[in-house]
Design a protein around this ligand. Structure first.
Ligand code: LLP
Length: 384
């Protein structure tokens, strides 16, 4: 129905709408995760023929039901803290591969991770220089900074000068010397340039760059080309072309077939699977604007305040009514930045209406807080 290829149909518009209204009647604010959408996204990634191993970047959403679904789909897991390693360890089968990819983590985090089966990624000289004994006889992964960053907002670009991630190219020789001195073997190379990338050619370029570095190192068996796979958010934005991504990856893999190709997406798997349900509280006309208040704000979903992220917002109680009002949708938090959506055309709302904020499955609940001592949003999953 005119849906762009690769775009995810909004499950909440149709079959699940009544169920969502009932879930909102029990309590709000509430995150709802639709597991069939997670599976659908997992299968889209599994169709990438050149990818040897897929890891779920757990930071995007750590709900146990989602970890279960992705473990059942055969995913490995990428964790960035002992807390994430514990959450995953409690749920996934014993043999599931784990990656530990922290940044500026304290020594004790590496000590913890080394006691698990996780493969450890380093992205600085410091760990080998000062804690070299930890890595003796170990196979490690090296995260490179390839000199540029990408992503939907400056705050999610993780490469290039000004970014704290990755080892700069001019320190590669020093890193290899330290690894050698401490008896550690660089078995993998890694790069993750940023989050919310919609251009399929990017991951091919990263694979080729890492492969040419791997040629110089000799001991490398796999190239982890990161996550960052975007989902369209603004109306009219084109989705990531998965057919093209498949083609690009097959092409670069054919050029360097000696390396395993690993990826670690987060957002792509869960963003469209989650919505945040809230209730309309108050309205106010002030100056040029009409404000529609809802019962949660930046404490539950910080992405609009932090990144100017655009999330579709609908009045689920009045989905079929004409959108005659122009609202600034705001929360109850005592900050001017507590705005979830600006200039939204919506039906005339009433107190108690269920307001749905879409595409909230990634970096929603996991980034929420108790700010203003407000309760965190509830979470529930549906599987049909
Ligand atoms: N690998 C590494 C090393 C990462 O740092 C990240 C995300 C991922 C994989 C997964 O990226 P994804 O596939 O989800 O784009 N809070 C921001 C996104 C921050 C991403 C942090 N790192 C947001 O809400 O847009």
């Amino acid at each position: 129905t005119g849906e762009a290829p690769g775009a995810v149909a909004a499950w909440w518009r149709d079959a699940q709408r009544q169920q969502l209204l009932e879930l909102a009647a029990e309590t709000t604010p509430r995150y709802v995760y639709h597991l069939p959408t997670v599976r659908q996204q997992a299968r889209a990634l599994k169709s990438l023929a050149a990818v040897d191993r897929l890891h779920y970047a757990v930071k995007a959403n750590t709900h146990p039901a989602i970890l279960h679904v992705l473990a059942a789909e055969g995913f490995a897991f990428e964790c960035v803290s002992p807390g994430e390693l514990k959450a995953v360890g409690a749920i996934v089968p014993e043999a599931t591969p784990l990656l530990f990819t922290p940044n500026f983590a304290p020594r004790e985090d590496y000590v913890y991770a080394l006691g698990t089966r996780a493969t450890i990624t380093l992205d600085a000289l410091h760990p080998l220089k000062h804690w070299g004994e930890l890595f003796r006889g170990r196979e490690i992964v090296l995260r490179m900074d390839l000199g540029r960053g990408l992503g939907h907002h400056e705050k999610v670009r993780t490469g290039g000068s000004g970014s704290k991630f990755g080892l700069p190219l001019d320190q590669l020789a020093a890193f290899l010397q330290l690894a050698d001195a401490h008896g550690a073997t660089v078995r993998g190379l890694h790069a993750h340039l940023g989050s919310g990338v919609l251009d399929a050619s990017h991951w091919g370029e990263v694979y080729v760059q890492l492969a040419s570095l791997a040629e110089r190192i000799g001991s490398v068996a796999f190239l982890n080309i990161g996550g960052g796979l975007g989902v369209p958010s603004h109306p009219g934005e084109a989705p990531l072309d998965m057919v093209e991504l498949d083609r690009v990856l097959r092409e670069v893999k054919a050029a360097y077939p000696q390396y395993q190709l690993w990826m670690e997406p987060g957002r792509y798997l869960v963003a469209d699977a989650g919505v945040l349900l809230a209730r309309a509280t108050q309205q106010k006309d002030k100056g040029a604007f009409r404000y529609l208040g809802i019962d949660t704000g930046m404490n539950s979903l910080i992405r609009p305040a932090l990144y100017d992220a655009w999330h579709e917002i609908v009045n689920l109680s009045r989905l079929d009514e004409p959108a005659t009002a122009l609202y600034q949708v705001v929360g109850p938090i005592c900050e001017s930045g507590d705005v979830l959506g600006t200039d939204r055309r919506l039906p005339e709302a009433q107190e108690g209406d269920v307001i749905l904020i879409a595409q909230a499955g990634a970096y929603g609940k996991v980034m929420s807080s108790h700010y203003n001592l407000r309760d965190e949003a509830d979470e529930v999953v549906i599987d049909a």
